[in-house]
Design a protein around this ligand. Structure first.
Ligand code: DQA
Length: 143
């Protein structure tokens, strides 16, 4: 089983970016925790980050035939990208929407997710653990 993890815009700045909301651990540490989790579950994992909508869409297309499931934190694109929403629908690979913060407890615009309805599930508000919980859930769904 192979899982693709997609991080959207600004997530590469984890550790420096608004630590009160997103925590003080670095992006590199998060990724090594994700890889460790995948290894403990016995699944393959690739991690991709892009600050560009088109890069995320291209990566979703490339996932066809290569990955069994996707974890996606689309960052702010979550709230307004019809193109990423359409790409998730198009690839027909189970995707889980992930957020570090509890998006429903923040500004009004963050309460809208265009990608949530086309994902199998959403994990939000557990800090970096959202990714690890989402991976458990996704692997469970795929087994
Ligand atoms: C985020 C929440 C988004 O609203 C925000 O734009 C992000 C990060 C999160 O992981 O909590 O970039 O997706």
């Amino acid at each position: 089983m192979n899982i693709l993890v997609i991080h959207g815009p600004n997530l590469n700045l984890l550790g420096q970016r608004e630590p009160g909301i997103y925590g003080e651990e670095t992006f590199e540490k998060l990724n090594s925790d994700i890889m460790e989790k995948a290894a403990s579950l016995g699944v393959g994992c690739e991690i991709y980050q892009s600050n560009h909508e088109g890069g995320i869409i291209d990566k979703l297309h490339e996932a066809i035939g290569k990955f069994d499931g996707v974890l996606i934190n689309a960052g702010a694109y979550t709230h307004y990208s019809y193109a990423i929403m359409d790409a998730i629908s198009a690839i027909k690979i189970p995707c889980i929407e992930v957020h570090i913060s509890n998006v429903d407890s923040r500004e009004e615009f963050r309460k809208i997710s265009l990608i949530g309805p086309v994902c199998r599930a959403t994990v939000s508000g557990f800090g970096r653990n959202s990714y690890l919980l989402a991976m458990d859930g996704l692997v469970g769904l795929l087994k």
